[in-house]
Design a binder for this molecule. Structure first.
Ligand SMILES: *Cc1c(COP(=O)(O)O)cnc(C)c1O
Ligand code: SF4
Length: 458
């Protein structure tokens, strides 16, 4: 469809060669990187000291169109960009690197990371549940029916997204990591919570795990005591960064057989695929991986944030959703970029996200209109921007909860004053002279209770 670059060479790369990973230290060795100037490469190193950087040969050779760098969306998705730090942060980090003083370098790194809101939306305080008074730090239980699990072997990804809201998990600060080793605790927690119908394995990327590890988490769900866990979701970007996981990896077939066993036993298995751009689905091997997953009886749903420099264009979304429907993938969520990391570089005003959503969705068939959004995963819940409208002469944003900390908040329309610049829920003000949004008081209570719990356990 588009890129013609070195097809012949690509075909000769083996699985092992494609797996070759590059981080900040190997930057100068990255194929094609010398198309960029020395200054551009230095700028990348500056940013890569603060925010995680990791890319593999498959992404470099097959997904990035080097003739379009630095604008190529997959380049923006994986390579650090100077705009990701503020001018001031960038300067401090660059100065530290120029000084070659290791103490100064590591202090600058820590300080700047601390300024980048490593844990947005109260994930740490509010979502971690208890099992017999013990905090299950590898589990988040925010919405009644769905438990998120972060398997400790899955806290990395085949490559890293520049805009990642979980970046703090990758930078090696143990205190910042959610992880849990013991599958048993997860299963015990689930056994005691019959209101949970969905388990969502997330990370990092659970698909970096060996099949035998995945199996130890998933196979026990077939036991009758966990009958109520009907839906198994696995969040992954492996279809983009490493589709070989489902095709040519040593344990690829075992993985497919595991998915098949779960599906045949009556579980709904959903691969929650993270795709940001149609270019990611444009390789033979990605399409082969999609076919293989679908043949197991698992279904693939897609989700993505809306991100400046990568997919802030309705045409890109329309084409992405059409491609997905064509490949048998169900479009599921469009997210608003979270309030963490390099948000100022990637974020868009809420009003703009809604315009892009609308311009994209009106171009596609009803089968692609299953995509909801744009949705903010904010502390009180998932809030969708339904649109801009005017009520009795006041211009407002119409909003609704798709998910709420209190399920009773779901689907109640509410209104905020029109604000062209707001990028997150906490910047919006209630419309019609109201003082607070309808959920504000109850949410404050929930927060206060959680704070008490955290304090009492320290
Ligand atoms: C998005 C999300 C879920 C899943 O929500 P669905 O609307 O069911 O897809 C579960 N837990 C958390 C913390 C989430 O952010
Ligand atoms: S795949 Fe997900 S967790 Fe991994 S870097 Fe990208 S956004 Fe972050």
């Amino acid at each position: 469809m588009m890129r013609q670059n070195n097809t012949a060479e690509r075909l000769t790369l083996s699985n092992i060669e494609q797996f070759q990973v590059y981080t900040e230290r190997q930057l100068e060795k990255i194929p094609h990187i010398h198309r960029l100037s020395a200054e551009q490469r230095f700028n990348m190193r500056v940013v890569a000291h603060v925010l995680p950087f990791r890319v593999n040969r498959y992404v470099i050779e097959e997904l990035i169109d080097w003739d379009k760098v630095p604008d190529d969306p997959i380049f923006q998705l994986t390579f650090p960009q100077p705009g990701m730090l503020s001018d001031d942060q960038f300067q401090r980090m660059a100065d530290a690197l120029h000084s070659s003083n290791t103490a100064k370098i590591s202090t600058s790194i820590q300080r700047i990371r601390g300024e980048l809101n490593p844990h947005p939306s109260g994930q740490r305080e509010l979502n971690v549940p208890l099992l017999d008074d013990e905090r299950l730090s590898g589990v988040q239980h925010k919405y009644r029916e769905t438990v998120l699990f972060f398997p400790s072997q899955g806290q990395t990804c085949h490559a890293y997204c520049t805009f990642c809201f979980r970046w703090a998990q990758f930078v090696g600060d143990k205190d910042l990591r959610f992880a849990m080793n013991e599958a048993e605790k997860l299963h015990l927690y689930l056994e005691r919570h019959h209101e949970v119908s969905d388990l969502l394995l997330t990370g990092g990327d659970p698909m970096v795990m060996k099949t035998k590890h995945l199996q130890s988490y998933l196979e026990p769900l077939l036991h009758p005591r966990l009958w109520h866990v009907e839906n198994i979701r696995i969040g992954t970007k492996a279809l983009t960064f490493w589709p070989q996981r489902f095709v040519s990896d040593e344990d690829a077939n075992e993985l497919l057989r595991l998915l098949e066993r779960l599906a045949n036993a009556g579980k709904q298995v959903a691969i929650m695929a993270h795709f940001n751009h149609w270019q990611e689905m444009d390789t033979e091997i990605a399409q082969e991986a999609i076919r293989r997953i679908r043949n197991t009886g698992a279904i693939i749903r897609s989700q993505s944030p809306l991100i400046a420099h990568i997919n802030d264009d309705p045409q890109v979304w329309a084409q992405m959703w059409r491609t997905q429907v064509n490949l048998g993938i169900y479009p599921y969520y469009m997210f608003v970029e979270r309030d963490t990391g390099a948000k100022h570089y990637f974020q868009l005003p809420l009003v703009r996200t809604w315009e892009i959503y609308r311009d994209a969705i009106k171009q596609v068939s009803g089968l692609a209109r299953s995509a909801r959004g744009p949705s903010m995963s904010a502390a009180p819940g998932k809030v969708e921007i339904q649109g801009v409208t005017e009520i009795c002469g006041e211009k407002v944003l119409a909003l609704r909860f798709i998910q709420g900390r209190n399920p009773d908040w779901v689907q109640r329309p509410f209104f905020a004053q029109f604000d062209e610049r707001a990028t997150w829920l906490d910047q919006l003000k209630p419309a019609f002279g109201e003082e607070k949004f309808f959920f504000a008081e109850e949410f404050a209570h929930i927060q206060a209770k959680a704070q008490l719990r955290v304090v009492s356990q320290v």
